[in-house]
Design a protein around this ligand. Structure first.
Ligand SMILES: [Fe+2]
Ligand SMILES: [Fe+2]
Length: 153
């Protein structure tokens, strides 16, 4: 039976929660790219903020979400692809972290990270989340959501 309280929200639907987090992370990137003439100090601070947001998001997916995806036949292969994509994103994140922020390659590398991030999020939302939603029960969704809330405390 469908009750109003069953309506998916960021509180009871992990796919909505993750998509919301994607939008938050992309908005941080866009804000940064719109203010190219920032000082080195603000570049360092803003990048650190973005890095932490991305790492937190990946940790949630890798600890809670993708283990379930790997057990779900329809998205098993896509789940493995996502792990590899995280590896590439982390490579770029760490490169940006270690590179002097005034280096002329810093901004182009940041742009490439943003483009890869957009592609990765779009793939998760359009391919993985939709397929998983169909194969999981509301009880499983609630369990995943409870684990996300626990990890983000
Ligand atoms: Fe991801
Ligand atoms: Fe994601």
């Amino acid at each position: 039976m469908h009750r109003p309280t069953d309506s998916p929200t960021t509180n009871n639907d992990p796919f909505i929660w993750l998509t919301h987090d994607h939008n938050h992370i992309l908005s941080l990137f866009r804000q940064f790219l719109q203010h190219k003439n920032t000082t080195i100090k603000s570049r360092i601070n803003t990048f650190e903020h973005i890095k932490q947001a991305v790492e937190k998001h990946e940790k949630i997916e890798e600890k809670i979400f993708y283990p379930t995806a790997k057990r779900t036949e329809e998205v098993r292969e896509l789940g493995f692809e996502s792990y590899e994509e995280h590896f590439v994103l982390n490579f770029l994140l760490n490169k940006l972290d270690e590179m002097p922020k005034e280096h002329e390659e810093w901004q182009p590398t940041f742009t490439v990270l943003f483009e890869n991030m957009e592609r990765h999020f779009a793939k998760e939302e359009k391919e993985i989340f939709e397929k998983m939603r169909k194969s999981l029960t509301q009880e499983q969704l609630n369990q995943i959501m409870a684990e996300i809330i626990e990890l983000t405390k």
